[in-house]
Design a protein around this ligand. Sequence first.
Ligand code: 13P
Length: 262
Amino acid sequence: MTGRRGHGVRKDLIAGNWKMNSTHLEAIQMVQKLSYRLDVADHDRVEVVVCPPFTALRSAQTVIEADGLQIRLGAQNCHPDAAGAHTGEVSAPMLAKLSVRYVIAGHSERRQLFAETDAIVNRKAKAIIGAGMTPIVCVGETLEQREAGDAEAVVAAQLGGSLAGVDAPAISGLVVAYEPIWAIGTGRTASADDAGSMASFVRSTIGSRWGEAADGTRILYGGSVNPGNIAGLMAKDDIDGALVGGASLDPDQFASIVRYWL
Ligand code: 13P
C-alpha cells in the first residue's frame, strides 16, 4: 500500500480499456509484453488492470495464471441479469468465473452509443458487486455541459443514479472513473487542476451520502492519458489512478504510464 501524496490507504490503480481492439492472440502478446516491462516494485505500488474484449478474456486469464502475473483482469461491460434470454449478452457471474476482478459500468461510449441510462448502470454495478467483483463506474460531462457550467451537476446526477442503493462496504471498495467526454480519444486532456477538482467533487459527493466509506473509493481520471500527462494527474490528492484508452494498446506506453513517477 502506498501512503504518499495523501491517497491514504488507497492503492493506485491504472486500468487499460482496450475497447473493441485485439484478437485473443494479440491480447496474449500484449499481456506478455506488458508483464516484461513491469517488476514487483511496480505492482506493489500500482494495481495494474487490463480490460480486453470478451473474446480475449479467457486467453488473457490463461497467460496471467500460467505465468503467475500480477496483472489483474477487467471486463468492459456486462448484462445486469445473471442469466436468461438475452441474446448476445454476457453476465457478471460468467465474468467472475474467468477470474475477472473489475468490470467497467457505464462507460460514456455505452451511455452514448448504446443508450445506457443511470438506472441501467446502477443495475449493472449491483450485479458486478453481487458476483464478487468491483465495478469501475464511469461518469463525465459533454463539452456543451462543461461550457454551460453544468459539469458538477451532471456528474452528481450520474453518481446519484448509478450508485443508488449500493451499501457502504461496496462504496469503500468501489472505483469511479471521471472521464470528461470531450477528452476521450481527442488528445485533449482535462488540465490536472480541473481533473483533480472534479475528483475531489466526486469524493465529497459520495461522502455526503455514504460518509467515510468515500475515503476508500478509488477515483480514476480518463481521457487522453499518456506518459507525458500522467504524473501531473497523479499528483492530485483525489486522483488515485487512470482509465487509459488508446495508450493502453501499446505495452511500452502503458508501462510508462504505470511507472509514472520515474
Ligand atoms: P482515451 O485514453 O483513448 O482518450 O480513452 C479514454 C477512455 O475512454 C478510457 O475508458
